[in-house]
Ligand binder design. Sequence first.
Ligand SMILES: Cc1cc2nc3c(=O)[nH]c(=O)nc-3n(C[C@H](O)[C@H](O)[C@H](O)COP(=O)(O)O)c2cc1C
Length: 344
Amino acid sequence: MAPMTRSFCPGGVPTLEVAEYYVRRALGEVGLIISEGTVVNRPSSSNDPDIPRFYGEPSLCGWKEVITRVHSAGGIMAPQLWHMGVVAPKDSGWLTPAPFEGPSGLVAPGKIGGVAMTQQDIEATIGAFAQAAADAKSLGFDAIEIHGAHGYLIDQFFWHLTNQRNDGYGGSTLGERSRFAREIITAVRQSVGPDFVISLRVSQWKLQDYSARLATTPQAMEQWLLPLVDAGVDIFHCSQRRFWEPEFAGSDLNFAGWAKKLTGKTSITVGSVGLSGEFIAAFKGESSKPSSLDELLRRLDRGDFDLVAVGRALIADAGWSKKIREGRTSELVGFTKEALAKLV
Ligand SMILES: Cc1cc2nc3c(=O)[nH]c(=O)nc-3n(C[C@H](O)[C@H](O)[C@H](O)COP(=O)(O)O)c2cc1C
């Protein structure tokens, strides 16, 4: 199950309703549940009070209940640890206790929306990720995922248009701008030990620019990802909006295909699996019908990637995996925007 923000956690605390939502996916035979993004302990890591926190006693107690129930239902689960960086405030007008923070205070290229992080802010943020990872392990989670994608904090450091720093966290190469991510992963690895699985979600595209690309050649992708492997990444979760789109000219390999080929690490693909339309259009109201898995299976059988993340199909239908496994395709339900309004 792909990580998907649902905003059903008042005050950042996962409720029993949220726990049961994940339990239904475990009972539906999802192989690995990655939680909705859950924010680390920084004053402005989130723009929404209903997004779960991964710090503070009430939130961690809520997460303990989630993982205990998911395990009892036979599931395994990783929380997705998140810091949004500089984002737009929510329409509700809810305000964070401190300004949004990012590499250069930019919410989008050329547009200030917060403050540039000091060395102290950077160190505290690295510490917050390490603490959250340690807490995930001690609560009993099976792995963690770090959200390094989609134009949020870590990706704001990767991207030259939002990282304009001229200290050691900026630079003209992707390798230089990856230092923040490398330091987070190194600290997380130290806090969880050698055997706990760390997944890193990465994307070329950003919410600020769907056509943005961090790595335009396989060589650039290698220079980006290999140092992250050295820092401690076990799995690259390669976010695309449509899994069948080739990453570079001259090959039909997608992002997860290249990540696995270049690093030798486990990779996860994602993006419109089993659905006719993609997810940004879905936010604007487009419905998606169930679609064939043949092309996905061709790539999976070829060994391009190891795992497949499924998003909206699993929001709409907790039993999606079981139905697929049992060949009950006529019972698949598709996705409409209305499915976001409640936890089914
Ligand atoms: C409602 C919703 C919330 C999402 N929230 C997150 C999130 O918290 N973290 C993240 O990395 N991706 C998030 N995504 C992206 C999904 O993980 C996934 O990559 C995307 O939906 C494409 O998969 P799909 O086509 O199977 O839905 C979200 C997507 C949806 C539809």
